[in-house]
Design a protein around this ligand. Structure first.
Ligand SMILES: [Zn+2]
Ligand SMILES: [Zn+2]
Length: 244
């Protein structure tokens, strides 16, 4: 059995291929993932999954195939099987490269994990800008920044160093409604409840860029000045200490 996470590690490339709605409640997604390395080793994995009611716990993997290009038929580079087929959806290119595909034996849970992760990363790319429109910077220290939609109160996030957390001072349940992940690991914290947001943490640079682009309102400026954190706010925006 192949563990897809071990093949890809954390830093992999992904592409959206298609999304078809089967009926009102079911979507069929197809994505492609590959190792993120400079010298492309010419293999990627197509994952097709089904999701019901846009609920990530209702993910079902339909299939996962390795895909590679070769001038002549050769065994699957991932598992060595000779039982490979030509991937008909690709045309033979001018150098005679043919696309081959193999239905490798993947550990299903590792495929589900990657599929969910990619789904949320794509959701983040599509919606985060819009989502942040109603968010305000709520507090800043030299190493943390908190932003939240306060009216009506929605999700509260804290960037702390290189990680992003869902956060609430008093209510544990409030830290579980992030649309960009299904985080469930509570972090011990002295002040309130914290849960790491894996999607936002992976997209930290994009998130910080968006926060920097956001115009700070007079209300926020007043608040930050009153609480004495305006200087830290400026420092945060001028100093990209969290840039990786
Ligand atoms: Zn294989
Ligand atoms: Zn989240």
């Amino acid at each position: 059995m192949i563990n897809l996470r071990e093949i890809l590690n954390d830093d992999y490339k992904y592409d959206y291929i298609s999304m078809d709605e089967n009926d009102d409640t079911t979507e069929i997604w197809k994505i492609n993932v590959s190792k993120n390395q400079k010298r492309n080793d010419n293999i990627s994995i197509d994952i097709k999954f089904e999701m019901t009611n846009r609920v990530s716990s209702d993910f079902k993997i339909i299939n996962a195939n390795s895909l590679y290009f070769s001038q002549k038929k050769m065994p699957c580079p991932l598992c060595g099987s000779e039982d490979v087929v030509i991937a008909e959806e690709f045309e033979v290119d001018e150098d005679g490269y043919v696309a081959y595909s193999h239905n490798c034996e993947f550990e299903v849970n590792s495929v589900i994990e990657i599929a969910k992760e990619v789904y949320y990363l794509m959701l983040f790319e599509d919606y985060i800008e819009n989502y942040l429109k109603d968010y305000e910077i709520h507090f800043v220290t030299e190493h943390t920044i908190g932003f939240a939609q306060l009216d009506p109160y929605l999700m509260y996030y804290v960037i702390d160093g290189k990680e992003v957390f869902h956060y609430d001072e008093v209510d544990k349940d409030m830290v579980e409604v992030c649309p960009f992940c299904n985080a469930d690991q509570e972090i011990d914290s002295n002040d309130g409840y914290k849960m790491k947001c894996p999607t936002m943490t992976k997209k930290l640079n994009e998130l910080i860029d968006l926060l920097r682009k956001k115009d700070i309102s007079n209300k926020e400026r007043k608040y930050l000045k009153e609480t004495g954190s305006y200087k830290d706010y400026l420092k945060f925006y001028n100093n990209l200490i969290w840039k990786t």
